[in-house]
Design a protein around this ligand. Sequence first.
Ligand SMILES: Cc1ncc(COP(=O)(O)O)c(C=O)c1O
Length: 436
Amino acid sequence: MDTSISHLISSEAKRQSEVLEMIPSENYASSDVRAAVGSVFMNKYAEGQAMKRYYQGNSVVDELETLCKSRALRLFGLSEAVWGVNVQALSGSPANLAIIAALLEPGEKILSMYLPDGGHLSHGWQLPDKKITLVSKIWDITFYHVDTSTRLFDYDAIAAQAREVKPKLLISGGTAYPREIDHKRMSEIAHDVGAYYLADVSHEAGLIAGGVNASPFLYADVVMMTTHKTLRGPRGAMIFSKKELSAAIDQSVFPGIQGGPHEHTIAGIAVALEEAHSEGFKAYARQVVTNAQVLANYFVSAGLDVVSGGTDKHLVLIDLRSINASAWVVAWALEFANIIVNRNTVPFDTGSSVYPSGIRLGTPAITTRGMKEEEMKKIGVWIMDVIHLVKDMHLPEEKAERLAFIAQTKKEFAQHHELRAIADRVKSLCAAFPLP
Ligand SMILES: Cc1ncc(COP(=O)(O)O)c(C=O)c1O
């Protein structure tokens, strides 16, 4: 084995086991999933669809991909007569690109959620004066916003905007929206103006599979999900589409934007789909949400501005402006206390994507370790302790001063007595809940 890399793998394994991994899009795949991803399937080229390949030697791969697809349909209770599924997209962003390219001609209109309100880059993110994503360079993007006071979807406003914009595609879903989306209403808004409705449930996939979040399948034309977040599989994506759209989507994935599918990943996805089709996984999904709600309630009671006042899902978004704390400082202080969250934009953010005003934290990974309500209470207190310790530290506005502050602050945090004490407590808790 390459000693440099095996050393890095051991270091990362140690890091993952000793911290509270609270980034909502992360999870711990099982050892069976990881074994499948590391299997001999990685050696095989398999361009095309099962039984319609461009390379020889694909009889076993065909069986694998067919099984993976049937497990995907079974998990979400879908009939093969109505739905098709593509399991070849390399990840969520290429999956969204493939869907858009299949459904729209270049230049046609998309209505999607504004990124700083909780949307996703791959839904066509652009600035007023700069096209950031390829999607925004090819298609005509308009964003909808959450309501200024509730910070929730305002369906009447989205409907009015859809009537005005007349998009060909309406997209829901995002990275930092803590509440359930009304898929029925979104599909009506789309269909009333002749648009397709794409539900991107990358974050909620495992919660939908586990029956704790509502399914979009009754309403959406296309459902995209990544496989590595709450669904707890390897990094990848699945695109479910109404049968009449499936051939175009398959062709858009390959040869439209990709070459050979990663069959080793498809093997890992198939394992994860079987694991998710169990009572144990339903209990896991329920606990993920319960844990997030315990944390959200605690933060509300501690006086923090929890966006939307709570959560229906696996994630909690906190706007730190109400206590005048810096999200950069808080996120780094938490990291030195062995609690990994990410700084994130919040609705109507006055900061930037690098220095936003909020932190986003989630429970999928720590729930996989077996942590429950009792542990959430401890974690909530530690997070509040860290926030109180650093809340008066602010990033300077001026760039050179800011860089000096960042370097100095990280050094101080590494020596910080109280942060180190919390880090030790976190490590002891983690030791009692080993990784899968
Ligand atoms: C809603 C949503 N869509 C798409 C993606 C993109 O997935 P990937 O990072 O696999 O490209 C993400 C990832 O964070 C996401 O949250």
